[in-house]
Design a protein around this ligand. Structure first.
Ligand code: CO
Length: 155
C-alpha cells in the first residue's frame, strides 16, 4: 500500500485541465492503486489524479459498491437534477449544496484498456460528476449554491 500526498484548494494543479491517458502502463496502474489506497485511507468516496498532483485523466470511486478505476472517463448522458450536500478531500474545511444530475452515464476505459459504460444514480452520479470535474480543473466550491464551513455544522 502506498499513499500519495493530497493537494488542497489553492494549489494551482487543482485548476488545470488534465491530459488524456494514451498508454496504460505499469506507472498508470500503480498510480490508480495508490489513488485508491489514498482514497480509502482518507475515507473518501472518490479521488481524481490532480488531487495527488498528477495531471492525467484518472479517477477512482467507491460509494460502497466496490472500487471503480476509470481512465479517460467522459459523461455521455445525464438525466434529472438533485441538490445535495457535497464535500471534497481537497477542500477539508467546507461542504456545499450542489445541483447535479440524478442519473449519469459514463464512458471510460478500464485498466485493461477496454471501453466500458457505467450508469450511476444519486451518490454515484454525483461522484462521477464531481471527479470528472476535477479532471477539468473544476472544484465543487465553484458550483455550490451554498457553502458551509464544517466548523459551523457542529453548533
Ligand atoms: Co473532490
Amino acid at each position: 500500500m502506498a499513499l500519495r500526498n493530497l493537494r488542497f484548494d489553492g494549489d494551482e494543479v487543482l485548476g488545470k485541465v488534465c491530459r488524456q491517458v494514451d498508454v496504460i502502463d505499469d506507472r498508470i496502474l500503480t498510480l490508480l492503486k495508490d489513488m485508491a489506497d489514498t482514497m480509502y485511507a482518507e475515507k473518501g468516496v472518490g479521488l481524481a489524479a490532480p488531487q495527488v498532483g498528477v495531471l492525467k485523466r484518472l479517477v477512482v470511486i467507491d460509494v460502497g459498491d466496490g472500487l471503480l478505476e476509470l481512465i479517460n472517463p467522459k459523461i455521455v448522458k445525464t438525466e434529472g437534477e438533485v441538490v445535495d450536500t457535497e464535500g471534497c478531500l481537497s477542500v477539508p474545511e467546507l461542504v456545499g449544496d450542489v445541483s447535479r444530475p440524478k442519473k449519469v452515464w459514463v464512458e471510460a476505459l478500464n485498466t485493461k484498456g477496454e471501453k466500458i459504460y457505467l450508469e450511476g444514480e444519486d451518490l454515484l452520479a454525483r461522484a462521477f460528476c464531481h471527479e470528472i470535474d476535477h479532471l477539468d480543473g473544476i472544484l465543487f466550491t465553484s458550483r455550490a449554491i451554498k457553502l458551509i464551513n464544517k466548523k459551523d455544522l457542529d453548533d
